[in-house]
Design a protein around this ligand. Sequence first.
Ligand code: BES
Ligand code: ZN
Ligand code: ZN
Length: 522
Amino acid sequence: MNQLQRYGVVNALSSSIHLSIEGVISIMDIAVEQGDITKVQTDAICLGIFEGVQRPGGAAGAVDRALDGAISEVLADRDFSCKKGEVFWLRTHGKIGAKRVLLVGLGSAEKFSADVVREVSAAAARAAKALSELTTIAHGAGIGGLDAHTAAQATVEGTLLGLYRFEKFKKPEEPIKLERLRLIERSSEKLDALKAGAQQGQIIAESVLFARDLANEPGQSLPPRELAAHAQRLAQELGLRCEVFDEKALEKLGMGGILAVGKGSDEPPRFIVLEYNLRKDSRPIVLVGKGITFDSGGISIKPREGMEAMKYDMSGAAAVLGAMRAVALLKLPVAVVGLIAAAENLPSGKALKPGDVITISNKKTVEVTNTDAEGRLVLADALVYAQRYHPQAVIDLATLTGACTIALGKEAAGLFSNDESLAQKIERAAQQTGERVWRLPLYDEYKELIKSEIADIKNSTNKGPQAGAAVGAIFLREFVNYPWAHLDIAGVAYDVESRLYHPKGATGYGVRLLAQLLREWA
Ligand code: BES
Ligand code: ZN
Ligand code: ZN
């Protein structure tokens, strides 16, 4: 099945969905119910327990009593040590409504956070993947100290993110049968907050999966034209305005960066515009995504090892599309524009050459000293285009430099910004979502490194490996005249093994961060 169709937005099947999101086909039926955890009839109930707990309290305590102390016994015997994401199954022998209990470790109470809830929910869902239904409490809403909305959102997000696999080209070894998640809560007061949190979590998580699907798609089946077709389909389903500029239109706009990068490929480049809730006088937030559908390096060709990962070089674009989906389905009261600069970077007789001088749409000239520093060339045109919206802020996401991965590894995106308040908003959203950012500097002195003898600037330095991520950011700064932030997501966009809710391949980084940022903005 085409995975992208799974997260389509046109409703065909949702009549049975409890928390049905209007017009959305969901991969999982998610229900929030008031009830007694010991009475609910279900395949399994999932309970989280902190490290060091001898006698569980709250919902786990109630189940423990109903099971004549079976959970306490497991803890006392150290059969289960409650490490984060560790799981343990118990049979209930008809003593409670559920057939099984799935214990999941919450790790240490001091390190507990909403992101831990995402991780343990992912671990629990994977453990229960052969069942058709899992019932759970919203982890952290009671003893953990999270508010009910956050706990429900994180539980749902973790479940959906953790079950994801890119299975378009491979029969799954162990198929996922889980199709229903039930959140049980005893008190009626928390119910509304839990429902809202669960529903928003579902929208946001499915938008992350949409982005993961796009990023995981091989270059062969997702050239710029296809990326644009996906954007158009999404826009149509969500009721967004969408415009796609082809080569002719790019020529008219003078987008010399996008055209230059794309000209080595038989697949033509595209510039994609999506608009949500944009009115005459609105000053939108503009999201810009690097959409290099495959980056061979061009004539400055990359080494062969690991080049296959360069299909992920459109992860910024995928994050922007995922965020637009989330923002539209959440109906956030903000104006948002998504811009995607899409091209395929290949060598050929027609390709851009080192030494060539190109002209970006604001008439700035760039000496291309390295055709592998192509992301900044396509983004330059997109950042110039963003100026016409008189934006409140522009945030670009790009797998821009290997140097950023060297600086920060796979644990944080590099954050560069010319605006303190915007940077702080992003840092706050990062804290809330666990999609970490780390501020890096935009020192004016770096500009020296991209001085050209023959053009206004050049696209890479010949002064050796210094401040590679910052040099990329300094280049981009040449094209902005508004509050701006650049997220270098080269390290975090794919193959991040440190989070239990990440599968192999694309992470969908940025969708949750942007959704959170725009939610707080509203
Ligand atoms: N797409 C790459 C950056 C990248 C590298 C992303 C590794 C993910 C993993 C980008 O276009 C690139 O090649 N950048 C060059 C810049 C250099 C030539 C100034 C790099 O990082 O080497
Ligand atoms: Zn490159
Ligand atoms: Zn690239």
